[in-house]
Design a protein around this ligand. Structure first.
Ligand code: HEM
Length: 378
């Protein structure tokens, strides 16, 4: 055997998002990608935009879109759209291109008024009665895997279908309730739009309410968890925030940047692209925008991006995306996180995390968050 081969240092793959080391800390991989191959092509043939410049451009450029149905068929075969969960996701505004995206987002934005965002949290807004909430919080925590760009197994599709069918049954009942008993909530407004017939189909209504609930819950829970972990791993920043509670607003932006609860989102090239960061992207190919990597790009954050600095000026993280799909719930998420973290610090000033060094992460990587975060006080 060739001695060279035996002694050669084995380089880790540039991007291995299912590896436990990656789940624990993806930032060293991101740095390798940005510095050695910023438009890396994965073994699945996807382009990884790891620098801020390309990730941000792809989100805003009309030559890229979601192409959800075609993309799913290319990945799983022509029968995939018969699976309930894929059919449902195909109606999410998150997965649609104009003009359907424009119509659906317009309807939801109208119902998502500033006052509702200021006064309510997500269940009030959707009109989910208090006694149903516990079930929902639990079930919405299991959807993260659907977003990972690693194909789902048959068993995972079956499990997701079961959850999807149960959620659809639940929401059909809620729609009936809101038809009979209208409330000051988003569901009531969208049910009216559906009754009008021309604006929104029943399938679209159900799918987008499921999206709002899923997108609005786990992401924000993870922002709060990741933010608390970051603070406790950086006691100087924790002390600074306790001494200056008014820093909370900027601190939330920095938590979003430092360890985003959404790590990536994808687009498909709708035409041949000649040059993106030095690569040609043929029509139909996918580009994954690594938001977490863009948020640590020294080209945009010259002052030590790997450091948590709750006083960092102009944070403007890419965590809520950009362009026409920019997160609809950004303001709600910021308010929820601000209230949760500042209340916790005020009420439990001696809160300690039991294991800030090695906490248990959820195994998904598009949605980044902790499985649990045991803490003590008193
Ligand atoms: C920290 C919390 C959150 C983060 C990091 C986050 C992140 C994102 C990102 C990155 C996108 C764009 C995806 C893309 O471009 O493909 C997005 C879209 C979206 N988000 Fe959020 N989100 C959060 C909270 C919320 C909340 C609280 C809600 C709703 C109540 C919500 C609802 C949505 C919806 C409906 C879209 C799709 C918008 C569209 O396609 O036009 N998100 N979010």
């Amino acid at each position: 055997m060739n001695e060279h081969v035996q002694t050669a240092k084995i380089e880790p793959p540039l991007f291995n998002p299912l590896a436990p080391e990656f789940i624990r800390d993806p930032y060293p991989s991101y740095e390798r990608l940005r510095t050695t191959d910023p438009m890396h092509v994965t073994p699945f043939g996807m382009f990884l935009a790891s620098r801020h410049a390309e990730a941000s451009l792809v989100l805003r450029d009309k030559r890229f879109g979601k192409d959800y149905v075609e993309r799913s068929i290319r990945r799983y075969g022509p029968k995939i759209m018969e699976e309930p969960v894929f059919r449902s996701m195909s109606h999410w505004m998150l997965q649609q291109d104009p003009p359907d995206h424009t119509r659906l987002r317009g309807l939801v934005v109208k119902a998502f008024t500033a006052r509702r965002v200021e006064d309510m949290i997500i269940c009030d807004m959707l009109g989910i009665p208090a006694e149903h909430r516990e079930v929902f919080y639990t079930s919405s925590r299991n959807g993260g895997r659907l977003l990972d760009p690693v194909p789902l197994t048959r068993a995972e599709i079956d499990e997701a279908n079961t959850g999807n069918i149960a959620a659809k049954m639940y929401f059909q009942q809620l729609f009936e309730l809101r038809r009979r008993n209208p409330g000051d909530d988003l569901t009531t407004q969208l049910v009216h739009a559906e009754e009008d017939g021309s604006k929104l189909s029943n399938e679209e209504l159900t799918a987008n309410i499921i999206l709002l609930f899923g997108a609005g819950h786990e992401t924000t829970v993870n922002l709060i968890g990741n933010g608390l972990l970051a603070l406790h791993r950086n006691p100087d920043q924790l002390a600074l925030l306790k001494a200056n509670p008014a820093l909370i607003t900027n601190a939330i932006e920095e938590f979003l940047r430092y360890d985003s609860s959404v790590q990536l989102t994808g687009r498909v090239a709708l035409e041949d692209i000649d040059d993106l960061g030095g690569k040609k992207i043929p029509k139909g190919e996918s580009v994954l925008c690594l938001l977490g990597s863009a948020n640590h790009d020294p080209a945009v954050y010259p002052d030590r991006p790997e450091r948590l600095d709750i006083t960092r000026p102009n944070v403007k993280p890419l965590s809520f995306g950009g362009g026409i799909h920019f997160c609809l719930g950004a303001q709600l998420a910021r308010i929820e996180a601000e209230i949760a973290i500042s209340t916790l610090l005020r009420r439990l000033p001696d809160l300690r995390l039991d294991d800030a060094e090695n906490p248990e992460w959820r195994p998904t990587f598009v949605l980044r968050g902790l499985k649990h975060l045991p803490a003590s006080w008193g």
